[in-house]
Design a protein around this ligand. Structure first.
Ligand SMILES: *Cc1c(COP(=O)(O)O)cnc(C)c1O
Length: 228
């Protein structure tokens, strides 16, 4: 796994230099479907900044084995209202906020738990119906709402690129998110430092388009087995 990481890291560095960048790009090790043992192995790699999980239940089960670990966990999968309380308890960051309803609920729960939850807004930049995320047309309402919640700390935006080999279409999706975050910084006055985009198949394109956080599972851990 360390060897996989070294290869990924080198590709990140190359993409950064191609893009003329020297800023930090955070690394989310996407650990959905992975065992606790695999995750403990990944945790030893010093450049990994976060674990990323898609399901609240799976994360709750595994997180019990990480008492004393200080690697923060991010929820990157779609959040259903009935899982919001658990998500607010378990995760350090929630990256998939995509409706006013879920933001309302998380704000209230954070207040009850006496904490402030750092969040990202997930945007559906590709228009693929299978994808979660707020539609660009409804983005500004959600932006204004989340930016002013007392118990939520809006840190940026997240997207999943389209499932295609068409590099122009992928870049276009990432460029859309970058333009949205630039406008959002101006309209809210918030720093919004996090532009989370890029996965195993498209992280280099995402870095070219300004990503500050890549989310990588397959290249790090190997192909996922959903039958387990
Ligand atoms: C699964 C997943 C990833 C990681 O995908 P890989 O192709 O395995 O790198 C990243 N982001 C989200 C939202 C995911 O669901």
């Amino acid at each position: 796994m360390t060897q996989n990481f070294e290869q990924i890291y080198e590709r990140i560095q190359n993409a950064k230099s191609k893009a003329g960048r020297s800023d930090k790009i955070s690394f989310v090790a996407v650990s959905k479907t992975r065992t606790v043992d695999e995750m403990k192995e990944a945790e030893k790699i010093p450049w990994i900044d976060f674990f990323g999980e898609n399901r609240v239940q799976e994360a709750e089960t595994k997180r019990a084995s990480f008492a004393g670990s200080n690697l923060p966990w991010r929820l990157i999968g779609h959040l259903q209202s009935n899982k919001a309380r658990k998500a607010a308890e378990i995760f350090d960051f929630i990256d998939s906020v995509d409706t006013v309803e879920i933001a309302t609920r998380l704000d209230r729960l954070a207040g009850e738990l006496g904490k402030k939850i750092p969040i990202l807004i997930e945007v559906n930049t590709s228009g693929e119906v299978s994808k979660s995320g707020v539609a660009p047309a409804n983005f500004s309402e959600l932006l204004d709402f989340t930016a002013s919640r007392e118990n939520l700390s809006l840190e940026g935006l997240m997207t999943v690129g389209p499932l295609t080999d068409d590099e122009a279409a992928i870049r276009n999706s990432f460029a859309t998110l970058r333009k949205m975050i630039e406008r959002a910084r101006t309209s809210t006055g918030l720093a919004l430092p996090v532009l989370s985009m890029g996965m195993s198949d498209d992280f280099e394109l995402a870095i070219m388009e300004g990503s500050t956080m890549v989310r990588i599972g397959t290249l790090l851990f190997g192909a996922r087995d959903y039958s387990k």
